[in-house]
Design a protein around this ligand. Sequence first.
Ligand SMILES: Nc1ncnc2c1ncn2[C@@H]1O[C@H](COP(=O)(O)OP(=O)(O)OP(=O)(O)O)[C@@H](O)[C@H]1O
Ligand SMILES: [Mg+2]
Length: 287
Amino acid sequence: MGIYFNEVTHEYASYSKKTYKAIHNITLKIEKDHEFVALVGHTGSGKSTLAKHMNALLFPTSGSLDIFGNHITQKRDKKISYNSIRKNVGLVFQFPEYQLFEETVERDIMFGPLNFKIPEEEARLLAKNALKLVGLDESYLKRNPFNLSGGEKKRVSIAGILAINPEILVLDEPTSGLDPEGKNILMNLFKEIHEKTNKTIIIITHDMDLVYQYFNRVIILKDSELSYDGTPDKLFKSDILMDNHLDYPNTIKTMKYLNKELNKNFNIYQKTAADVIKEIKRVMSNE
Ligand SMILES: Nc1ncnc2c1ncn2[C@@H]1O[C@H](COP(=O)(O)OP(=O)(O)OP(=O)(O)O)[C@@H](O)[C@H]1O
Ligand SMILES: [Mg+2]
């Protein structure tokens, strides 16, 4: 069980009557459990479009998907419960403005649980807990979501999906625009959810430091097509990033720079700043 793409293409209709291919011929399997996946690619490569297929928000213009056993093709099918798909696959949008619409933060987070027939009081409790998980205190519950900062809106929209407790979480750039502390709170939260529940989590990001540090699978889109699907280790040890207009993590760049400037032989494949320091100390102590 999971999300299976079978030769999926999506073309947006444009005003000029030409169509625009946003994703092309994507075949991909994401299982319900175990996976912590980073989805990366240059701007406009099709990441958000791909994500919107994962809970049938968009339909393919050709090809098909199987989402938790539901066969999704070009058209809406009356026999399929799209509500149950959305309970299985929770999608947090890239732009939280599209996700928030209630008068208070509390009502906004409660919306999903209420939609899935959870009683009012229980939904209220879920909202309170979800808000805490994303690092906001209870004083936010009665606030109007439209008056929040960009980062706060982002956290509230994430809380709204966490409150539904879906089987798979898909998060479209959840850490963009957040300060470093906010980024770490969220990444550690996603990792913790993944480790405790074994749920698959898919995160779209441009941040290669996060990709190297946290993920065990990386999917790259380039010009609408699947360009890489494998481990971060293999990716960062290859030239694939350059071909995809993507950058290396800062740790690797720093180590390469030090090797060149100081004429050293540090192992460049370090995941965190702490690993970098450890490697420098190791080599220096052997000199
Ligand atoms: N509603 C739409 N109508 C027409 N074209 C669209 C629409 N949404 C996206 N596109 C186009 O499809 C392509 C892929 O867009 P998408 O938003 O999936 O890219 P992305 O990889 O998420 O980019 P980013 O990193 O900037 O978020 C882009 O060229 C975009 O202009
Ligand atoms: Mg996007």
